[in-house]
Design a protein around this ligand. Structure first.
Ligand code: BGC
Length: 265
C-alpha cells in the first residue's frame, strides 16, 4: 500500500485502531478519524508514527453521520496527503433495547451512524476515486471502499434490531456500489466480524458468565481479537484481492454456521 492514503473512520479504539495500524504497516498514509475520543486517537497516531516512520499519519475529528463533517474529513485528508485511495468505513455504535421498548431516538441514532454514516463516507470516496482514476504504479484500482459490517447483516438480533437493520442495509449499499462502479475500477466490499473483543461489547466479555454463553455461539470457541479483522482489511485494500468486488467476507470463527443447531433442529 506504499504511496497510498487511507481514511479509517472510528479509528480511536477497537477494530478501527487495529485496522489503522495494519494499513500503516503495509506502507499507506493513514487518517485516523475519531468522533469524541481525541486522546485515544492521538495515542494510536503516536504509536503508528513511532513504529512506521515512512508513513504519514494524522487525526481528524468528524461525526460520520454529519454531512459537513464527512466532507471536511476528506478535504483535510486530501490537503495533507494528496489523492485518497482507500476508505474504511468502520465507525459503529450500539443503542440496545427490545424492539417494543426501543425509542425512536435509539433507532435513529444507530441508523444515522451505522448506515447513513457509511453512505456519506462512500459518497465522498466515490467522488474522489472517479476524479482520480487508476493511479499508475500505485494500485490496479481507482479506489477501494471497505465497509465494516457485522455477522448481523445476516443474523437477526432481536434485542438490537436497529443495529441488525443498519448492517443489513450496509450490505445492499455495498453491493449497489460494486454494481454501479466496478466498471470504473472501483472496488467495494464488506467485512463482517463476529464477536470481537472491543469496547462495544465489553459488558459481555468482561462478565464471566456472559462470556461463556457467548462462546457457545462461536464454533472456534474464542472471540476475535481486533487484529483478526485488521489483517483481512489490509489484504482487502491491496491488489492481492483485486478480483474481489461486491462481497462480504465473514470473519467470525464460524458464528454464521449457527452452532446452536449441532444437536438440535
Ligand atoms: C456486535 C457485537 C457482538 C457481535 C456478535 C457485533 O457486530 O457489535 O456486540 O458481540 O456482533 O453478536
Amino acid at each position: 500500500l506504499i504511496n497510498q492514503t487511507c481514511i479509517i473512520t472510528g479509528a480511536s479504539s477497537g477494530i478501527g485502531a487495529a485496522v489503522a495500524k495494519a494499513i500503516a504497516a503495509e506502507g499507506a498514509n493513514v487518517v485516523i478519524n475519531y468522533n469524541s475520543n481525541k486522546e485515544n486517537a492521538e495515542e494510536i497516531a503516536d504509536s503508528i508514527a513511532k513504529d512506521y516512520r515512512s508513513v504519514g499519519v494524522m487525526i481528524k475529528q468528524a461525526d460520520v453521520s454529519n454531512e459537513d463533517d464527512v466532507k471536511s474529513l476528506y478535504n483535510t485528508a486530501r490537503s495533507e496527503f494528496g489523492p485518497i485511495d482507500i476508505c474504511i468505513s468502520n465507525s459503529g455504535i450500539q443503542r440496545d433495547a427490545e424492539i417494543h421498548e426501543m425509542s425512536l431516538k435509539q433507532w435513529k441514532k444507530v441508523i444515522d451512524v451505522n448506515l447513513t454514516g457509511q453512505f456519506l463516507c462512500a459518497r465522498e470516496a466515490l467522488k474522489e476515486f472517479l476524479a482520480n482514476g487508476v493511479r499508475k504504479n500505485i494500485s490496479a484500482s481507482a479506489g477501494k471502499i471497505i465497509h465494516m459490517s457485522s455477522v448481523h447483516e445476516v443474523v437477526p438480533w432481536s434485542g438490537h434490531a436497529n443495529y441488525a437493520a443498519a448492517k443489513s442495509g450496509v450490505a445492499k449499499l455495498m453491493q449497489s456500489i460494486c454494481q454501479g462502479y466496478a466498471g470504473k475500477k472501483i472496488r467495494c466490499n464488506s467485512i463482517a466480524p463476529g464477536a470481537t473483543k472491543t469496547p462495544i461489547n465489553k459488558d459481555v466479555w468482561g462478565d464471566k458468565e456472559k462470556h461463556e454463553d457467548l462462546l457457545k455461539l462461536i464454533p472456534c470457541n474464542r472471540m476475535a481479537e481486533p487484529e483478526d479483522i485488521a489483517s483481512v482489511a489490509s489484504w482487502l485494500a491491496s491488489d492481492e484481492s483485486e478480483y474481489i468486488n461486491g462481497t462480504t467476507i465473514f470473519v467470525d470463527g464460524g458464528m454464521t454456521c449457527y452452532p446452536g443447531f449441532i444437536a438440535n433442529g
